[in-house]
Design a protein around this ligand. Structure first.
Ligand code: MN
Length: 731
């Protein structure tokens, strides 16, 4: 198949038919020159100099009336990938807009096409669209593919089949969704030619024969329609013949199990008129003249196809009982049918308010399906909680990364290797000790970028997750997994503690003969919903049931008279007491209503500080400041989430400050005077001594209502002359 080879002059001529500003043509020429220089010495498989390819791509874009930046990007589309020019250099030469289109095309070209399954091809389309971000990127990519298909004969047979398969599964449907009939038909037919040459040639021949056989009929019918329409006041109408493309004929035969001559719409006549009213007017005339076949009339004007296609379709029994499909549409509808979204975005120089963003918005509001694609629902593999299906806007908020095998996974922006690990498998997440991105070791806090190849290092000896991971992961999937494992672990720990407590108390109470089993527990504690031994120990571990009371209950000891009613009452008392103690410091513990809470005496957290809870043996939960070095980093499984209860007020917290200053007269008086002026702050004690450097070291104990008051006080003290440093004490 000989290709017409276009020159830069052809391109300029074509572009000049709708671009009239010199600056617009200049940018195209500049792009051509840079691309030509960069591809110098490179050749296509056809032996053409490489530049011929981007030139043809640009030419096709100009046929679609693409904007100057899109055409320039078409000329440059292989430059980032195949030459030495970098992204930054291209920005310097051509600016962000052109470069980002080129970069988008480069990225989606790298996307590995993995499968022939239709379903996955659909997913792939979504990913491709999301990665492209800009519909102009898809246009350039489609046109690039058209030219590669036109020159496919120069590739080895294996590659021909692979590329043709990819084209038919991925790019042709994409063109269809964008309503770009011409590109779709060309991609389909070229693909079929390589995938099934025999079928292709057979159908092609049948179509040729049919066309010859029906040529006269079609001419007669056209003549009749002409005469008929001339009697109306529609002056500016056009009648065209249209033939189905080879692939769609094959497809229809196979899908509907039809013979070739059963395909009615093989040849259609198309009537193009100025207005929508004209369309219905013409339809009326035709239905008045010839008998329509019932069930074959379709009104795509009142209900356009999702790809914006609009037209009236009817099939009639014409002269001599021959069947004709007739399509009626306006000139504008015809252009949309041929060019799809491209017809909408055709570059209009006179539009001063044009911006690429505006163009995108316009297109996506026009195309409902495009929106649908961009709002897709993450379907979680192993979680059945419907609340857990998170909607994410993949258009603006997703990154696409690859597994080492080349599978694509998508994540919200800000996700880390841990999100990736938990997506692959919970066990992989739990055993993650490191991550390698694009061959480089990165911290687990690394933020994934589109195109990253992510490899997770795991160790069978590591038993994650750890609490701090909750701050690293972004996806609710990973969070949910980590929390559920931590909760489970904490429950196990409390069961162990409860068991130890119970056994200790049994010994002390001389009740070692008690042998617990689920039946015994259910009998004695079923009314308070404690029905098995684990639950029993858990309640004791949480301190919501005291071992002593439990032993009395089990042994039926009279002194506390713990019959069922009494036990419930006791339980309720414990609960309310626990609740009060929970609220004594205004701290809420994740997942535990009745926890015993203490405020750490090493770091003295005050309301508003970042805090963590630490489960200490025999002491319940001790609340520390997050930065407290006593935070037992080798004991992370004992750390749990705690929060300040925002509904609390009028509470006071102790805090300790250490001030280092020059030992001058009255400095302590200055500090005290200043602090007495701070609202909601009381000085509890103050003491001073000299340190080794002979500076004055002043320890202050204060009570404050919250961290803001404390911060304000610290700032004020810093302003005092001769104060060198001030810090909150962590022992
Ligand atoms: Mn290319």
């Amino acid at each position: 198949m000989d290709q017409v080879k276009h020159t830069i002059d052809d391109l300029i001529n074509q572009a000049s038919s709708y671009l009239h500003k010199k600056s617009n043509i200049d940018v195209i020429i500049k792009a051509y020159e840079v691309a030509k220089k960069q591809h110098e010495g490179q050749f296509r498989k056809s032996n053409d100099p490489y530049i011929q390819h981007p030139l043809e791509v640009a030419y096709m874009l100009s046929e679609y009336h693409a904007g100057p930046n899109t055409i320039a990007a078409g000329l440059l589309h292989d430059v980032l990938e195949d030459t030495e020019i970098t992204y930054d250099k291209m920005v310097e030469l051509f600016g962000e807009d052109i470069t980002s289109i080129v970069d988008g095309v480069t990225k989606i070209s790298k996307l590995k096409y993995m499968t022939q399954e239709k379903v996955l091809a659909k997913t792939h389309q979504k990913i491709l669209i999301a990665m492209a971000k800009d519909i102009r990127v898809i246009l350039v990519k489609l046109v690039d593919r058209v030219h590669n298909m036109r020159t496919l004969e120069f590739q080895p047979v294996e590659k021909q089949k692979k590329i043709a398969r990819e084209t038919i599964d991925l790019y042709a449907p994409l063109a269809h969704r964008l309503g770009m009939y011409r590109i779709k038909a060309e991609l389909e037919d070229l693909s079929l030619r390589y995938l099934d040459p025999e079928l292709y040639n057979h159908i092609k021949e049948l179509i040729t024969i049919q066309r010859e056989a029906r040529g006269e009929d079609i001419n007669n019918m056209t003549e009749k329609l002409n005469t008929l329409l001339s009697t109306t006041d529609i002056k500016d109408f056009k009648i065209k013949g249209r033939i189905k493309n080879i692939y769609s004929v094959c497809d229809k035969m196979q899908r509907k199990n039809l013979q070739f001559d059963e395909i009615y719409d093989l040849m259609a006549l198309r009537i193009i008129v100025p207005t929508v009213e004209d369309c219905y007017h013409v339809l009326g005339i035709i239905h008045g003249e010839w008998k329509p076949i019932p069930g074959r009339f379709k009104d795509y004007i009142s209900t356009p196809k999702p790809n914006l296609y609009q037209s009236l379709h009817t099939t009639i029994v014409g002269p001599n009982g021959k069947i004709y499909e007739i399509q009626i549409r306006t000139y504008e509808m015809d252009s949309v049918a041929e060019f799809g979204v491209a017809a909408h975005w055709s570059y209009k120089e006179e539009n001063k308010n044009y911006t690429p963003q505006k163009e995108q918005e316009e297109i996506s509001t026009k195309m409902r399906w495009y929106r649908d694609l961009l709002n897709y629902t993450e379907v979680d593999d192993d979680n059945d909680d419907p609340m857990y299906k998170v909607k994410e806007d993949i258009f603006s908020a997703s990154v696409y990364v690859f597994t080492p095998r080349g599978d694509v996974l998508d994540f919200p922006v800000g996700s880390t290797p841990l999100d990736f690990a938990y997506r692959v498998h919970t066990e992989i997440g739990n055993r993650t000790v490191g991550a390698i991105i694009n061959g480089r070791i990165v911290p687990l806090t690394y933020k994934l970028k589109t195109g990253d190849v992510v490899e997770i290092k795991t160790s069978p000896n590591f038993n994650g997750p750890v609490e701090s991971w909750l701050k690293i992961v972004k996806t609710s999937h990973a969070k949910h997994k980590i929390i559920s494992i931590l909760n489970k672990r904490q429950r196990e720990m409390l069961i162990t503690e409860g068991k130890a407590d119970f056994e200790r108390t049994c010994k002390a109470e001389g009740a070692s003969s008690i042998k617990l089993d689920d039946k015994l527990i259910a009998k004695n504690f079923g009314k308070v919903n404690i029905v098995n031994v684990d639950d029993f120990y858990y309640e004791i571990g949480k301190k919501s049931l005291s071992s002593k009371a439990a032993i009395n209950r089990i042994l039926g000891r009279g002194e506390e008279k713990l019959d069922d009613e009494a036990l419930i009452k006791h339980y309720q008392q414990l609960e309310s007491k626990a609740k009060r103690s929970t609220n004594e410091f205004g701290v809420i513990v994740d997942g535990l209503e009745k926890a015993q809470i203490k405020i750490a005496s090493c770091c003295h957290p005050v309301y508003g500080d970042d805090i963590v809870g630490f489960v200490s043996k025999g002491q319940g939960i001790v609340v520390h400041r997050s930065e407290c070095h006593n935070n037992f980093s080798n004991n992370q499984e004992r750390m749990i989430n705690v929060y300040w209860d925002s509904s609390t007020d009028n509470r006071r917290y102790e805090s300790q400050l250490l001030i280092i200053s020059f030992d001058r007269r009255n400095i302590i008086a200055d500090i005290v005077t200043l602090l007495t002026g701070v609202n909601n702050l009381t000085i509890a004690s103050i003491s001073s001594n000299k340190n080794k450097q002979n500076n004055l070291q002043t320890k202050l104990k204060l009570t404050v209502d919250n961290v803001n008051t404390l911060d304000a006080a610290i700032k004020k003290i810093q302003m005092i002359e001769d104060v060198y440093s001030i810090e909150r004490v962590i022992k």
